[in-house]
Design a protein around this ligand. Sequence first.
Ligand code: SF4
Ligand code: SF4
Length: 412
Amino acid sequence: MSEEEAYEYVKSTLKKEGITPYRSDELEIVKSVESCINCGLCIQHCPVVAAVGVNRFSGPRSIAIELSRSPPEFWATADTVYLCTGCGTCREICPKNVNIPEVVNMIRARIFEHRPDLVPKGLHIVREVISKYNLVFEPWETKEEKIESRDMRIERFRLPLIEDPKLEQAEVLFYPGCQAEERSQEVREAAKVILDFFDVNFTVLDEMSCCGLPSNLIGDHETARFLAKRLQKKVKKVDAKIVVTTCAGCTSNLSEISERDGWGIPAIHIIEFLAEEIGLEKIGSAVKDSAGFSDVHVSVHDPCHLIKHTSRQVMQNALDLLQQFPGVKVTESEANDSCCGGGGMVAYHSSDVANAVVKENLDAIQKTGADRLVTPCPLCTVQIENNLFKSGSTVEVDDLTVFLAQRLPRKR
Ligand code: SF4
Ligand code: SF4
């Protein structure tokens, strides 16, 4: 009997008791919890605790100790475990490397499996959409409606239209993610403008499907694995050497599953691709005469899925990139690396919590005196933009991919 078969056998025998045994990779996470020295640093730095208080969200340490309960009692955490935004701050600050975001995922998966009635309704709705369309949002009813929306958005953002390459195989596979595919289409179009400008041999999928991060966060690991496998087949067909994304969440998730499932190629954010494969000098000389753009004072937001789940270097690349633009002044806010509240699927069922978390960012952005915020993630863009607007602020928000594409000279 293989290790996997043995695991499945034990799992089926324990199913009636409402227990899912730990997989070997999960045992590592359980062990990390045992090393906790109860210093409380994670609680002090958790943005959800800071935003709503310990009475509403008891905090990372208390979620971690749930693992010492007997598994059927995980249900007791249902009120708390769905309020974690998965920002990764607790894991970064912890002196004992306790992996709390993964503890949250493990508990959510067990609640999903044995007590789906305790999963917030908003997450069940998303799960149904994913099962039906393999996307996190309902797709446009017709192709024409989607194109009409795309054209309105590229006109508003002053972007040219680069048709999707029809290449069946290419060096680079550009993967936009569900948000840029179905909603923030300007981000998808901006990435194509950039890749085309620098003569990158790239293509896109003929049919987009989700990378599986939302299913993973809902606790539906089976669907997450199904989507990962589906994507792996498509990536293989394209025979790409690298996957390039514009979404922070897709970047961290795809790089993790590429390693876990042996894709043999990296998945990176377009900012990292530009810094490493194109080079700042070349980008600088391309944007040096950014025509039609007046001087602008920007502040920057660092997406958690880049800095705390991938690498802080990506945001250093972003800052270096912004230095190349003439007339662009950058002021980092006091809360540039604080969670925007848009992660962990919290906004789908407790938008009051997600919006309370972003407040720290809004106040800090206002203090910089910047007229624009840029961030390399369409999800953070929407979360911050909506909340700035609601607060009456005049600060505008741009996805960094769009900000760059707008300033490149037209090729044709
Ligand atoms: S920061 Fe780490 S060691 Fe300290 S209480 Fe939190 S989990 Fe425990
Ligand atoms: S991942 Fe972020 S929101 Fe979740 S417990 Fe840790 S610090 Fe708090």
